[in-house]
Write a protein that binds this ligand. Structure first.
Ligand code: ADP
Ligand code: MG
Length: 699
């Protein structure tokens, strides 16, 4: 059998060095195997041919059959386009190309018969299809009679004519190249048989070229099964190994440090929920088993304080603690917060990030080794190999979705008695997702906000009602409050983002000449960003115009309004996170979601949910349901980064439960991975672990 993961995609018919480069840069496809596992994101039934006189304004993708009467060029400059006047005898429509004009005119001829495929738009009397696919009628593509696969491609790929259509052709070449080479099956015969699963080779073929919906469904089921099964098996195996191999450090006392903090330095009483989770963790850490706990709590629920008090328990037992945050800004803020809480106590806290270098860094590293540094705060760099503790007893990981089970496993392996691990997240994670992401963790929940907080009032406003919005902002600022105005990041074009922000900034400066305005975005140097945020925090500026960089990391209790421009561009979780930036003081706060007038159904739902509820869990569930399969952008936006190729956690919850059960049973029956009938499974798990060294890499 041949290892497809080492066969360079460059050598596939139709690829070559240039396209190989594009495929790698744009999609991360390097090998035959990568391409094979690049699945379509949708399918369109091509078995039906429509006629032009049937077309109405609401049609999805359709297929027509006819000829181009003539081509002509229209427009100038950026608007220059090629128009093909296409007829099937029942009418004439325009086929329009803005890019690759030369390619199109060389390739397609007038008065030849084509199958035309695309989404029609109707404008007055005119019907057009922009960038249609054309196929000669006498050479149908592989799948033209069944369902046609659609592959995600990027702008850069499209510009080089590497369209979905072209990817489909490459896929055809790939299957031709594989023709006589059997693919390694990845599930055992017993599993295939028992759960009626399609063999891998068939499933891979039918996922790309399904002859009918039934075959497609079977192929999808098989591949989803496999994907979720191995994730669960992986997680459960790690958990078992850990329980079996490692004992936990025993923190058997609560002593001087914790007690004096609790009685003399705590600025406010703990909430009931905070007390409860601290107790849960004390019990864990005293049990003799290593703690691996996920602490969920909505924005503003007071997780930092809980983390601090947990770390103090470590100190009381003669151990050090460290806390990791995903960004420097956040690490710095944690550092400052902890220093403030611990003022007057004999606890040494240090900050270690990439920008702390030279003598200072050496000093910190040295004092860590002697145990003089008690608590270390930093980015993920704090657990790199160059950082040595004298006795690390507890690691706290904040807001870190990407710190997956493999990374945590590295921590366990640091010595025979690995530190306890506490993972904190403000994105409430629905159960199914938590199982996939954090299947090996015990969960604690802070389900109560500190007293005196008024829930943030959320309103939706169309962007043509700006004058009344501004009048409202002015009254808030006259009362001494501060305002955030957030613009979305449009990832396609960073230049556009900055332009949006700059325009917004100028606009706001003009609209509020009597107030000072800050501006913060991701392209600024950390120090500049920090300085600007500090100015806002000190109330030297009253308005903060920013991109989503402020999503995590700023805590300005005096800010009472969060305006989110182009709210339709944000995912639900992100809107919720942004809203969490206000409502941190005792006064009433507001969140204003500004959108254009025309909204899609999905956007309308999202806005509705935001207006209706402040409950992070409700929002997370709704978010997961609203998101369609394979909506990677949504996934990334919400901060839940998890590379599922085909399964969809929102929809495949049942399958996830099923495979988790199967994985558990397999581990029970064959704990040492030695039964011959499971050999296929163990071998594949091992390969996956090797391949996925970068699985859920910290970013
Ligand atoms: P998050 O859970 O989002 O990390 P933080 O830990 O940043 O929340 O806490 C939000 C704010 O609430 C902070 O200013 C913190 O000092 C304050 N806070 C935390 N616990 C309490 C409490 N029990 N009573 C009052 N305020 C609290
Ligand atoms: Mg926090």
């Amino acid at each position: 059998m041949i290892d497809l993961s080492v066969r360079d995609i460059k050598y596939l018919a139709g690829v070559g060095p240039q396209r190989a480069d594009l495929l790698e840069k744009e999609l991360g496809i390097r090998s035959f195997k990568d391409l094979l596992y690049y699945f379509p994101y949708k399918y369109v039934d091509r078995s039906r041919i429509y006629t032009i006189n049937e077309i109405d304004g609401n049609m999805p993708y359709i297929q027509l059959r006819g000829e181009v009467l003539s081509f002509d060029f229209q427009g100038e400059g950026a608007k220059r386009r090629l128009v093909g006047h296409f007829s099937d005898g029942t009418g004439v429509i325009d086929l329009v190309w803005f890019q690759g004009l030369k390619f199109v005119t060389n390739r397609y001829k007038a008065h030849e018969e084509y199958l035309v495929f695309g989404k029609p738009t109707v404008f007055g009397q005119r019907v057009s299809i922009v960038h249609p696919d054309l196929d000669k009628v006498d050479e149908p593509t592989l799948s033209s009679l069944g369902l046609r696969p659609y592959y995600n491609t990027t702008e850069r790929m499209k510009r080089s004519m590497l369209t979905s259509n072209a990817v489909e052709k490459l896929m055809g070449n790939l299957f031709q190249a594989l023709h006589n080479e059997p693919l390694d099956e990845t599930l055992s015969p017993a599993l295939l048989d028992r759960y009626h699963l399609m063999p891998l080779a068939d499933a891979l073929y039918h996922i790309h070229f399904p002859k009918n919906p039934e075959l497609l469904r079977k192929a999808q089921y098989r591949l989803k099964f496999e994907e979720l099964f191995y994730i669960q098996l992986n997680i459960l195996r790690y958990t078992k190994e850990r329980r079996f191999k490692y004992r936990g450090i025993v923190f058997n006392k609560v002593g001087e440090v914790f007690n004096s903090f609790y009685s003399q330095h705590l600025p406010f009483p703990l909430t009931g929920a905070q007390k409860r989770v601290i107790k849960e963790m004390r019990r864990d850490m005293g049990s003799g088993r290593q703690m691996n706990r996920l602490l969920q709590g909505d924005v503003g629920s007071g997780k930092t304080l809980v983390a601090l008090m947990t770390m103090l328990i470590a100190l009381d037992n003669g151990y050090q603690a460290c806390m990791m945050a995903p960004t420097e800004i956040l690490a710095t803020q944690h550092y400052e917060t902890l220093c403030r809480f611990l003022q007057g106590m004999n606890v040494r806290v240090e900050l270690l990030t990439g920008s702390i270098k030279g003598k200072r860094r050496e000093g910190i590293l040295r004092d860590l080794l002697t145990g003089d540094v008690h608590i270390l705060i930093g980015t993920h760099a704090v657990i790199e190999d160059t950082v040595h503790f004298s006795s690390l007893g507890l690691v706290v990981i904040d807001e870190q979705h990407r710190f997956g089970v493999a990374q945590r496993a590295k921590l366990w392996a640091k010595n025979t008695c690995p530190p306890h691990v506490l993972v904190m997240t403000a994105t409430p994670i629905p159960r199914t997702l938590a199982m996939t992401l954090y299947g090996d963790l015990d969960v604690s929940v802070i389900d109560e906000l500190p007293p005196g907080r008024k829930p943030v009032k959320t309103v939706h406003q169309f962007d043509n009602r700006r004058p009344s919005l501004y009048a409202f902002l002015r009254t808030q600022m006259q009362e001494g409050r501060q305002v955030y105005i957030v613009y979305p990041l449009i990832q396609e074009s960073e230049k556009m983002d900055i332009k949006n922000l700059e325009e917004g900034y100028l606009h706001i400066c003009e609209a509020f000449p009597e107030y000072k305005v800050s501006k913060v975005h991701g392209k600024m140097k950390p120090a500049e960003k920090e300085e600007e945020m500090q100015r806002f925090l000190r109330n030297e500026t009253q308005l903060m115009v920013a991109t989503t960089v402020i999503e995590v990391g700023v805590n300005v209790p005096n800010a009472s309004v969060m305006v989110i421009e182009n709210a339709e561009r944000f995912g639900l979780s992100q809107l919720h996170q942004l809203r969490g930036r206000v409502g941190r003081g005792a006064d009433q706060s507001y969140c204003v979601l500004v959108t254009g007038y025309k909204l899609t159904e999905d956007t309308r739902r999202r806005i509705e949910i935001m207006v209706q509820t402040n409950d992070g869990f409700e929002i997370a569930e709704a978010d997961l349901k609203l998101r369609g399969p394979g909506d990677l952008e949504g996934t990334q936006q919400s901060g839940i980064a998890f590379d599922l190729k085909i399964a969809d956690i929102a929809r495949d919850g049942q399958l996830l439960q099923l495979v988790r059960g199967i994985a558990e049973q397999l581990l029970d029956e064959d704990p040492n991975a030695e039964r011959p009938e499971n050999a296929v499974v163990w071998k594949h798990l091992l390969e996956m672990r090797k391949e996925q060294v970068n699985w859920s890499v910290i970013s």
